[in-house]
Structures are given as C-alpha cells and as structure tokens.
Design a protein around this ligand. Structure first.
Ligand SMILES: Nc1ncnc2c1ncn2[C@@H]1O[C@H](COP(=O)(O)OP(=O)(O)O)[C@@H](O)[C@H]1O
Ligand SMILES: [Mg+2]
Length: 172
C-alpha cells in the first residue's frame, strides 16, 4: 500500500488533516502539494505548521513572491511556493538545497517546477476540487524510508475521516 484517498468536505477538515501531517513530520521529510489554484495547498500547509508547533500567532501564507518562507516549531519548516518559477534554471538563485536537503522539513506548492531536482524520497499530496467545499486528496509516498512509515501515516490520517469536521455530511 503506498497511497490512499482522503475526502475533505470542508476547510476545517483540511486544516485537521494538515495538523495531523504536521504531527507526523520528521526532519528531512518533503511534502509535495499538487493541485490547481485554490485546491487547498496553502490551507493544508497552515494545518501542517500548526501540527509542527509553529505559534498560532504566526500567519502562514503562500510565499508566492518570496518563494520560500521559514517557520520554527518542533522542527524547522520550509514552505516553498514555486508557482512563479519558470524552470529549474531559475532555481539557482534560491536556497532550495538548504530547504530540501537540510535539517528541516519542507512543504512545496507547485513541486513540478523542480523537475529532476524534486527528491524521490517524499510524500505526495494531490488535491482535486470535487465540489465547492469538497476536496479529494490523494496521499502517496515514495522512497523506502517513507514506505516503511506509510501504514502508520495512512492509519492516523484515515482515522480523521470519522471526526465530525471530516464526515462527508458536514460539507455544505
Ligand atoms: N475542503 C476544503 N479544503 C481546502 N480548501 C477549501 C475547502 N473548501 C473550500 N476551500 C477553499 O479553497 C481555497 C483554498 O485556497 P488555498 O489553500 O490558498 O489554495 P492553493 O494554495 O491550492 O491555491 C480557500 O479559499 C478555501 O476556503
Ligand atoms: Mg497556495
């Protein structure tokens, strides 16, 4: 088993999902968030930051122009938004090495921009807009270290589906 599908019927549930992922994160983890604009990538990142223990006073927004934001919590968290990067060449001027290969964890919006620089050892979270408030979220993992953690992750995340905010009927 290397992937599973999670249904988020509303924002609250996506935040909870992110928070759980943040609690599961370990140093060196890379989370690639796939999906169109307004799919929920930044919202889930906000949850991840909360789960990592970033202070609730810190506002987590997409670093669309700054490309990289950094937060500190239980782990150092890098948040990359590569939307404005045209190709891997343009990345030379950004400290992506530190973000992807350093001691923290990294969450990446528009990870496809990295091309071959996107590390194989990662978690993929792929969003599909399945309704006004509903998102179908596929979570998959790559790399031997992550594959050995998949059962735990999918168990913990799957259990969220029974929380009231995450029951399908809770969406509008
Ligand atoms: N279930 C849901 N999960 C995440 N976002 C949702 C959901 N339902 C509605 N939304 C809305 O979708 C938008 C997601 O925005 P954002 O997280 O910035 O997307 P992205 O970073 O993918 O562009 C927000 O306006 C949010 O309120
Ligand atoms: Mg975003």
């Amino acid at each position: 088993m290397s992937d599973f599908i999670f249904i988020s019927p509303g924002e609250e549930c996506s935040l909870l999902l992110g928070r759980k992922i943040g609690q599961l994160l370990e140093a060196g983890d890379i989370i690639a968030l796939w999906g169109e604009l307004a799919a929920g990538k930044t919202l889930v990142t906000r949850g991840i930051a909360a789960g990592v223990g970033v202070s609730p006073e810190v506002r987590v927004t997409s670093p669309t122009f700054t490309i990289i934001n950094e937060y500190s919590g239980r782990l150092h968290l890098f948040h990359l938004d590569l939307y404005r990067i045209a190709g891997a060449d343009e990345l030379q001027t950004f400290p992506w090495r530190e973000a992807l290969l350093g001691n923290g964890a990294a969450v990446i919006e528009w990870p496809g921009r990295l091309g071959r620089l996107l590390p194989e050892q990662r978690w993929d979270i792929e969003f599909t807009i399945s309704g006004d408030q509903s998102r179908t979220i596929r979570i998959g993992c790559h790399g031997s270290k992550n594959l050995s953690r998949a059962a735990k992750w999918f168990g913990v995340l799957g259990a969220l589906q029974t929380e009231s905010a995450c029951r399908e009927s809770s969406g509008s």
